[in-house]
Write a protein of this length. Structure first.
Lengths: 149, 114
């Protein structure tokens, strides 16, 4: 008479070999969480609370910020930590609510693919950004001439 | 239980905003006009309120996350996790009282736009 499995029965046999990835994931959420509080609160304060606030944010503002390796690294660190933290959190939620194993695996894969794509994209954008790349005073807009001319 | 439900809801909301925010910032690599056009949509009044909601979600997730860490590693905090949650709500309220008026005043400032 076992119509349903024991409540504590594992869905699949526990993985015995290799590092305990769930434990490292658990540690990562806490360590990255603390760092992200500093990085994101700083990000919000500098971008929204200082000067004109949100109206001060435009292309020229980003040019000014990314002229400094300090803000480049700030944003790239935030990008990596936040996407991995977010994707792992979403994975936990998917694991909790998606009961069909095939669907669950596809969703978890999609999460890591999206995170990897955005990490690569964001890192490339921050480190290859140069507003004066291929600058030509003949064809450039006034904004770019103001920055690079 | 509600602390946990809110942590999940705010986490999911922040995750989806993060996806969009990386893509909109990536437009700096496309053209100044493309970036300014898209970032301009963040400056309308409805979005200004949306940003208050976003920061409210971030602040709750941040403070409740700190509470989770304390509860995990510190036996005193484990015993007092319920009172600590009210501490989270208190800190959150103070943060929002600091953030929301300043942000809304800047966002709705006459002549503060383009």
């Amino acid at each position: 008479m076992t119509a349903i499995a024991d409540p504590r029965a594992p869905r699949a046999a526990a993985r015995r070999k290799g590092p305990n990835l769930e434990k490292w994931g658990w540690m990562y959420m806490r360590a990255s969480g603390v760092l992200l509080i500093v990085l994101i609160f700083g990000h919000l304060f500098v971008n929204l609370m200082v000067g004109e606030g949100i109206h001060g944010i435009d292309f020229a503002f980003v040019v000014g910020k990314y002229a400094s390796p300090f803000w480049q690294w700030w944003d790239v660190l935030m990008l990596w930590l936040a996407l991995i933290h977010g994707a792992n959190g979403m994975r936990t939620i998917v694991n909790d609510y998606v009961t069909h194993n095939g669907t669950r695996r596809v969703l978890v894969w999609a999460l890591w693919l999206a995170a990897a794509f955005l990490i690569v994209l964001g890192t490339l954008v921050v480190f290859t950004f140069d507003p004066c790349l291929g600058f030509d005073a003949e064809t450039a807009s006034d904004l770019i001439i103001g920055i690079c001319g | 239980m509600w602390s946990w439900v809110l942590h999940r809801i705010t986490g999911v909301a922040i995750f989806f905003f993060l996806l969009v925010h990386i893509l909109d910032t990536a437009l700096i690599r496309v053209s100044p006009e493309a970036y300014d056009a898209v970032i301009g949509t963040y400056k309308n009044p409805v979005m200004a309120l949306g940003e208050v909601v976003l920061v409210a979600a971030i602040a709750y997730h941040a403070y409740n996350g700190l509470r989770i860490i304390l509860v995990d590693f510190w036996p005193w905090a484990t015993r007092h996790q319920r009172q600590l949650w009210w501490g989270v709500i208190g800190l959150w309220a103070v943060t929002m009282l600091g953030f929301a008026p300043r942000h809304l005043m800047l966002a709705f400032a006459p002549g503060g736009g383009h």
